[in-house]
Design a protein around this ligand. Structure first.
Ligand code: ZN
Ligand code: ZN
Length: 275
């Protein structure tokens, strides 16, 4: 299919116009929402440059480390590798939830530099969930690539400077770190796929159907206003247990108790923006 059609991720809440007086309407969700338009306009050339640099550095370091992991492989490491991949995926899923929850719940687009660069995409995503499906590879993955550059650079440096015996000793830990870095890097791409309803490559749909990566139906639960649960967006494996123990709610109560800040105040402000 040449063109990709996407759902809004918010089910029935999509782009419903809400009547406001006779013959008038405001857009509650979607790319024509006043807040979504303003947030999209804040995407700057400087931010684009940061994303390009992050993608190039991250993927170069990843390739370098992958070659060195292959070169230092020993059959005795096999079980460690499998366990490390599982632990890496679980850690990445939890980290995706923590970062997503933090950005959705606290902070503001008005914060100097950080707000426009890193909180803006989260606000845009709630009022225009399909915007992510129109972002190209660089905009989708730039920020996640940035997060993994320092650990990947440190690993590359160690491959160049440590002795073979030291590398053998540290190898299982590096398998864990590498799996974690891969899944952190892929998280927003996986998230984008969870909003894409047509034109996905069949292997991606298969991975979603087997719940190896975030399934589309599963992620819809997060997109019900006021967006207060199911924050994990890598595999989503931890969403149900974290919801069951009230993890995010308890953390919000604790922070509100200590600081007096109300969760999601900035998110609601953007959702209600009409001009
Ligand atoms: Zn969110
Ligand atoms: Zn989403």
């Amino acid at each position: 299919m040449a063109s990709m059609l996407e759902e809004n991720g918010g089910g029935a809440e999509a782009t419903n116009p809400e009547p406001q007086g006779p013959g008038r309407s405001i857009v509650r969700w979607g790319q024509h929402h006043a807040g979504a338009r303003e947030l999209a306009s804040l995407y700057s050339p400087g931010k684009r440059c940061q994303e390009w640099l992050s993608v190039i550095l991250c993927f170069s370091l990843m390739a370098f480390n992958f070659i060195h992991l292959l070169a230092n492989f020993h059959l005795g490491h096999l079980w460690f590798i499998l366990l490390s991949i599982l632990a890496g995926i679980l850690t990445a899923d939890f980290a995706s939830g923590l970062v997503h929850w933090g950005a959705d719940t606290w902070g503001s687009v008005d914060l100097p530099v950080f707000g426009k660069a890193f909180i803006r995409p989260f606000r845009e995503h709630h009022i225009d969930p399909t915007a992510i499906t129109r972002h190209d590879f660089i905009e989708t993955n730039g920020d996640n690539c940035m997060l993994t550059i320092v650990p990947l650079a440190n690993m590359a440096f160690n491959f160049l400077t440590l002795s073979p015996a030291e590398i053998y000793h540290i190898y299982p830990w590096y398998c864990y770190l590498f799996a974690l870095a891969i899944f952190v890097t892929l998280t927003n791409q996986i998230h984008k796929w969870s909003h894409t309803y047509f034109g996905l490559p069949p292997p991606v749909v298969l991975l979603q159907d087997w719940h190896i990566i975030l399934p589309r139906k599963h992620h819809r639960i997060h997109h019900v206003s006021p967006h207060e649960t199911y924050f994990c967006i890598t595999t989503g494996w931890l969403n149900y247990p974290l919801e069951k123990i009230g993890f995010w709610r308890n953390l919000e109560d604790l922070i509100q108790g200590v600081t007096g800040e109300k969760p999601r105040a900035d998110d609601l402000k953007w959702a209600h923006k009409v001009k």
